[in-house]
Design a protein around this ligand. Structure first.
Ligand SMILES: [Zn+2]
Length: 318
């Protein structure tokens, strides 16, 4: 069964997120570890976290993917900004220890003109201060679209950061992984529309598929290589829309690919809960066609459903 969910608000607490996830057919979810724009954190309510742990067990959830706020920049040119990111990530991971075995992903950062080499060195330096050997939460670098001076625009950049960390602190081997964002990798120039196999083989060569721990499943408002990072609803962007050169078969290959199908898929599409519920149901159905359907071709029935879904989303957005 597909492990799939979406980004949820933590404002009503941890157990509430679990209940919301169940109500939309999700068996994983993502959440910000704190207000994405600010730095203040509420004290962790242990009863609330324990209630979520029970719910995750009872409903057979896969791994959750907590998200660091976008404001962290481990490779900022300003020392205080780097120190803030390091201190906040350490604090986030301390809190995550109450939910052992989950994932925590972050945007590597922007080198703001210092150059990619300096950026990678600063990120690795910061991670060496953040990570602890044997910690219960795996930390994931996210693949980025490469807008501005964003780090993580190529698999090579991610591999380089991981290598620097492990060279400096060999005991951290395995502490870092990667979260692949489908909108970002496409925007970064990796052609997952026509050659998902080739892109994943390249990832395996450079980073190693054993490092790939989660997928942010987003459609893209821009074509491959645009370096933009604007997420579209599933089936409405360059990946999933036939009119834009993609199609349902692209989505089908993503959710059924042997290297991806058992990972947690997190939707970060521009939706409210009802839209997420529809995308989850649609993608589950699509993944299920893997049994019995000729490989690579979704059933025509689900093609119809996709068009229906597009229509629903369009109606909702009016
Ligand atoms: Zn993402």
């Amino acid at each position: 069964m597909l492990t799939i969910g979406c980004h949820l608000s933590v404002s009503k607490g941890y157990a509430a997120m679990g209940k919301t996830a169940c109500s939309i057919g999700a068996n994983t979810f993502a959440f910000f570890t704190r207000n994405p724009r600010g730095g203040t954190v509420r004290a962790l309510n242990e009863d609330d976290v324990a209630a979520l742990r029970t719910l995750l067990d009872e409903h057979g959830f896969g791994q959750l993917v907590a998200h660091a706020p976008y404001t962290y920049n481990l490779c900022s040119a300003k020392e205080d900004a780097r120190a803030f990111a390091i201190a906040s990530m350490r604090e986030d991971l301390e809190r995550m220890a109450a939910l052992p075995g989950q994932l925590y992903n972050f945007h590597p950062g922007s080198h703001v003109g210092q150059g990619a080499d300096r950026g990678a060195a600063l990120i690795a330096e910061g991670l060496c201060q953040v990570l602890q050997a044997g910690a219960p939460t795996r930390v994931l670098l996210e693949t980025m679209a490469g807008k501005g001076t964003e780090m993580g625009r190529s698999f090579e950049e991610l591999a380089h950061i991981i290598e620097l960390v492990e060279r400096a602190r060999p005991e951290l081997e395995g502490a870092l992984g990667v979260c692949m964002d489908t909108c970002h990798v496409s925007d970064a120039g990796y052609d997952i529309i026509h050659d998902l196999d080739g892109v994943l083989a390249h990832f395996d060569e450079v980073v190693g598929l054993e490092r790939l721990c989660a997928v942010h499943l987003n459609d893209s408002k821009n074509p491959c290589g645009a370096h933009k990072d604007r997420h579209a609803c599933i089936g409405e962007g360059y990946l999933g829309s036939e009119a834009l050169g993609g199609g349902e078969d692209v989505l089908y290959r993503i959710v059924t690919h042997p290297a991806l199908k058992d990972l947690p898929f997190i939707l970060e599409t521009p939706n409210e809960l009802d839209g997420y519920a529809r995308e989850i149901a649609y993608l589950r159905k699509l993944a299920e066609t893997a049994d019995g359907a000729p490989s690579g071709t979704p059933s025509s029935q689900s093609a119809v459903q996709e068009r229906r879904l597009c229509m629903c989303n369009r109606l909702l957005s009016q």
